[in-house]
Design a protein around this ligand. Sequence first.
Ligand code: 5GP
Ligand code: ZN
Length: 112
Amino acid sequence: MDCIFCKIAAGEIPSTKVYEDDKVIAFNDLDPQAPFHVLIIPKEHIASAAQIDESNSAVVAHIFEVAAKIASEQGLSDGFRIVSNCGESAGQTVMHLHFHMMAGRDFGWPAG
Ligand code: 5GP
Ligand code: ZN
């Protein structure tokens, strides 16, 4: 499958990793939108949040455990934002489930 995040998860495309275990990987976004901006992805290919069901939802819980661990390790005590764009109109450009984790500036709501 020609999926850029599957290739990053397999180590076939280089990335700057901040966390990795058998289920997930977190790496710096190529085009950061905040001073701290990582993507947390399942190693398993899931196209988007719309494909989450009871067979694969455990990895989402694990991703949020990992996010809390990263926040603690990186000292993100002022807070952070987690976003998952689902579908083209929501801004999803890579069709492999990923969670943007951003910190280091103030964020607007609902955008920016
Ligand atoms: P989306 O637009 O789907 O919500 O987020 C995709 C994100 O993946 C974007 O923020 C984009 O900068 C990032 N991205 C796309 N290709 C690569 C890549 O090859 N390496 C890394 N590290 N990030 C990428
Ligand atoms: Zn994939």
